[in-house]
Ligand binder design. Structure first.
Ligand SMILES: C[S@@+](CC[C@H](N)C(=O)[O-])C[C@H]1O[C@@H](n2cnc3c(N)ncnc32)[C@H](O)[C@@H]1O
Length: 293
């Protein structure tokens, strides 16, 4: 077995934390693109509907990043409810905190928790719903973590989560193939956490059922990110997609410049309209489930 096959969880988590720390200003900068009606809310909407929230409910938003979909949930559980926004990255949560302060929420309790979801064990039965938009694939042991999160749900409580589908269905990941070809990079070994670790919906279903959930249902949602030009799409990617930029960041500056130019010239080709604008379509898998009574 070559050294490449050895997975160092401590190193992986340190890299993950650093990458999301570095991406946090980008997520703040591109918030309007990310939260445009046809963008991430296209996943957030179905997750919130599936969570069946009511006033007074307590919600956990795992890997909440800039605070979604938890912050939208907060408006649905008022009055008297509460939302816990949890994330590995304090810098991502800083954006969430700013948004919470600006949201002027009445009669709803908001808690921000910086920690690794793989280590997080909420008090038994504390929550009515767990949301996890675009995060489960980064977990080192999603089944064990989902089982701990399930224990934090009341009997009958709901899980609503999403992961990205495979690379050929996720437009913002189109540069990955260009980058791998240019830098002669092998794909990651199977089974590693990362952007496409739960791209197979049946694996997502199995992990959820394996964690003890019942009524496991799968659906899909399509998210569109729109940009004025290919160059703008590349700037977005570099600012917001740490799993992709990490492939390039150790290269010398001139190589990085060549790679990003090639990404701009080639990767977005099939998404450019007659008006020159780039509309990236991205497929997500949505899983919903119930904690048994
Ligand atoms: C793609 S962003 C999604 C943010 C938000 N949920 C959304 O949909 O807009 C992924 C987030 O998951 C967080 N994350 C990654 N691994 C994590 C872990 N093990 N525990 C908690 N958060 C994690 C990152 O810090 C980042 O904020």
């Amino acid at each position: 077995m070559g050294t490449q096959a050895i997975f160092d969880e401590v190193e992986y988590k340190a890299d993950l934390r650093r990458e999301w720390h570095e991406a946090a200003p980008g997520w703040q900068r591109w918030l309007e693109v990310l939260e445009a009606d046809e963008a991430m809310p296209r996943i957030g909407g179905p997750l919130l509907e599936a969570a069946r929230l009511a006033a007074g409910d307590r919600v956990l938003d795992v890997g909440s990043g800039y605070g979604e979909p938890g912050l939208t949930a907060a408006r649905m559980v008022a009055p008297g409810g509460g939302v816990t926004l949890q994330d590995l990255s304090g810098e991502m949560l800083a954006t969430a905190r700013t948004r919470v302060e600006a949201a002027d929420l009445d009669d709803v309790e908001i808690e921000l928790v910086e920690c690794d979801a793989d280590q997080y064990a909420p008090r038994a039965g504390r929550f009515d719903a767990v949301l996890a938009r675009s995060v489960l694939m980064y977990l080192t042991d999603p089944e064990a973590t989902l089982a701990r999160l399930r224990a934090g749900l009341r009997p009958g409580g709901r899980l609503a989560a999403s992961t990205w589908a495979g690379p050929e269905q996720v437009g913002f990941a189109a540069p990955v193939a260009v980058i791998r070809r240019m830098l002669d990079l092998a794909p990651p070994p199977a089974g590693r956490p990362g952007l496409f670790a739960l791209a197979d919906p049946e694996q997502l279903r199995a992990v959820t059922a394996g964690a003890g959930f019942i009524d496991v249902e799968l659906d899909t949602a399509t998210v569109v990110f729109e940009f004025a030009s290919p160059a703008e799409a590349t700037r977005f990617l570099r600012d917001c997609a740490p799993p992709v930029t990490a492939l390039v960041e150790t290269e010398p500056h001139d190589v990085q410049a060549r790679v990003w130019q090639q990404v701009t010239d080639e990767a977005w080709e099939s998404f450019v309209g007659d008006d020159g604008r780039v509309r990236l379509t991205n497929l997500a898998h949505v899983v919903t489930a119930t904690n048994p009574e």
